[in-house]
Design a protein. Structure first.
Length: 266
C-alpha cells in the first residue's frame, strides 16, 4: 500500500493517489557509460564490415579494369589520347573566344578597322576577251540572208573602230551595192570581191584579193572622204559616193543599219 498522503476536497472526499513511476536507483552512471560504450563498439564493428565490403568491391572493379585495358590494342590508347587532346584544345579555344579584347580603331585605306583589316577583293586587272556583240549581229544577219561574207563581222567592227566610223556602215553599203557580196562584178572572169561598188566606173572595176582587203580599203575611204570632214549623214555621203541615186541609196543604207542594230544575238 502506498504511503502517499491523502488529499481531501471541501466535501471530505479522498482523491485517488497518482501513479507516479519510480526510478530504479540501481541504474548508475557506470552502467550508463557501459551501455554507451557497447553501442559504440557495435557501430564500430558495422563500419569496419562496411569498409571491408567497399574495399573488396573496389579491388574487384580495379582488377576487372586492369584486365580489360591490358587487352586493348595500342590504337585504342592512341584514340583515347587524341580524344583527350581534342577536348583540351576545344576548351582552350572556347575560353579564348569569350575573353574580351580591346578594340582599336584606325584609319587605313579608307576603312575603319578593328583587330584586323576587313577582307576586300581587288579588281582584276586582266581584260576578259569576249566576242563583240556587234560582230555577232553582223554575222547573224549575214547568216540569215546566206551572205558569202558571213564570219567577217569581227573584221567590219575592227576596221570601223580603227577609222572612227559606225560599225554597221560598210556592211550596210555591201548590202545595198551587192546584196551582201552575192552579186559582185567579175574582172576577166575572176571574182573581184568588190561588194561595195567602190572604184567601179562602167567597165572599170577595182578588184580586191579577198573580202577582208575590201573591208579595210572601204573603211579607210569613208573616214578619209567623209567622217574626218564631219560628213556623217548617209544621204550626204550618197551625193558623193553615188551621185545618180534619187535617194534610195541612203534610205536602203539606213534600213540595213537598223537591221544590224536590232538583230538579237541571243
Amino acid at each position: 500500500m502506498s504511503s502517499y498522503p491523502k488529499f481531501f476536497t471541501k466535501q471530505g472526499r479522498t482523491l485517488r493517489p497518482l501513479n507516479i513511476p519510480t526510478v530504479d536507483a540501481s541504474f548508475s552512471k557506470e552502467k550508463a557509460l557501459d551501455s554507451i560504450s557497447s553501442l559504440m563498439g557495435e557501430n564500430t564493428i558495422i563500419l569496419e564490415r562496411t569498409s571491408t565490403i567497399k574495399g573488396s568491391m573496389f579491388q574487384t572493379v580495379n582488377s576487372k579494369i586492369d584486365r580489360l585495358t591490358s587487352k586493348l590494342p595500342i590504337q585504342k590508347y592512341a584514340a583515347m589520347g587524341f580524344a583527350v587532346a581534342l577536348i583540351m584544345i576545344t576548351g582552350i579555344a572556347g575560353f579564348a573566344s569569350v575573353v574580351p579584347r580591346k578594340i582599336a580603331f584606325a584609319e587605313e585605306n579608307g576603312y575603319n578597322i578593328y583587330s584586323s583589316q576587313p577582307l576586300t577583293y581587288d579588281y582584276a586587272e586582266s581584260k576578259i576577251h569576249t566576242k563583240d556583240s556587234r560582230a555577232e549581229k553582223i554575222d547573224g544577219v549575214f547568216n540569215y540572208y546566206k551572205c558569202p561574207m558571213e564570219g567577217l563581222g569581227g573584221k567590219f567592227v575592227e576596221e570601223a573602230d580603227k577609222y572612227g566610223i559606225p560599225w554597221w556602215l560598210v556592211a550596210s553599203v555591201a548590202f545595198k551595192e551587192s546584196s551582201c557580196g552575192k552579186n559582185t562584178p567579175t574582172v576577166g572572169g575572176q571574182e573581184s570581191y568588190n561588194a561595195w561598188g567602190w572604184g567601179v566606173y562602167g567597165d572599170n572595176v577595182h578588184s580586191f584579193d579577198n573580202f577582208a582587203r575590201g573591208i579595210e580599203t572601204v573603211s579607210k575611204y569613208f573616214n578619209d572622204k567623209f567622217y574626218s570632214l564631219g560628213i556623217e549623214d548617209p544621204c550626204e555621203i550618197m551625193k558623193v559616193y553615188t551621185p545618180p541615186s534619187d535617194g534610195s541609196w541612203c534610205r536602203d543604207v539606213i534600213h540595213f543599219s537598223e537591221v544590224f542594230d536590232q538583230y538579237k544575238t541571243l
